[in-house]
Design a protein around this ligand. Sequence first.
Ligand code: SER
Length: 341
Amino acid sequence: MRRKPVTLVTGAGGEIGHGLIGRLAAAGRDVLALDVRELPADVRAQCAHAIVGDIVDRNLLGRLVSEFEIHAIYHLAALLSTRSEFTPETAHDVNVGGTLNLLHLAVEQARWHGEPVKFMFPSTIAVYGVPDLATKASAGRLREDQFLFPTTMYGCNKLYCESLGRYFTRHYRQLAHEREPSGVDFRALRFPGLISAFTLPSGGTSDYAPEMVHAAAEGKPYACFVREDARIPFMAMPDGIDALLRLEAAPKAGLRRVVYNVTAFAPSAFELAELTRRHFPGARITFEPDLRRQGIVDSWPADTDDAAARRDWAFAPAYDLERTFRDYLVPNVKARYTGAQ
Ligand code: SER
């Protein structure tokens, strides 16, 4: 009996999954969606199969192996940085334990069908940890190998999972008598804060940017939880999804790294508020920093250096800050909250 060939997407109901699944379906791929909650109806309609379940449940993943032939995995499920600080041990279980379970599933799948399994992994600027604001200012755009001293559980988890992915891809069972490659082709992107017009993030620390814009469109006041001068990189969601698909499609021979930075623009919170006010003149934005969440943002780089991604697989974001607001956020969030175009 032939098993069904699919692309597995974990965390399918989350922010990235929402847009990614539409793109995969449009490309004619059968998506097997996995999420701890029922998917929203519009996302479910684009999936060939959808399963409600937890990535820490090894029995569930075992059953997937027997039923489906998985050629690619987009492992999007994670507890984000703010939420993880409330339950660090649970975050570790999900973010690390879940990833290890999926890497194991990928090994099994590759053995079954004899082809490599591409394992796409969104990593994050939270893997960085700059010690203070003076260093943050002087260090500028960080390369992939600088200041890897995360201060959050989420950042620790993602940095370690990058290493696990590298291990599975390059060094798996290196001392075995008859060494065989694992069959896992792990590829990671370090995303900046992602801003979506269609979904709001839950539990992140870069959330002030999307929250500010969505509140303005809804006509609600917004108290920004970081200082006006807080600065980290961001990217419009369509560019984030495009980057994942492009990295998946890139020929292996050209990939000199396992983990790539990608970035698009790096405004201060004040600049974000100014743009929001320009597009939504009635926006009521105040700054009421939460010192502890501010501390996390201060430890993240002001921007990252994505030269390797541009060189190896032609990463090039289509949306700069102005265009993100004008062509993507403003029309879509207005339509979402007022029905207007
Ligand atoms: N957006 C994420 C967060 O804030 C960072 O990867 O947790």
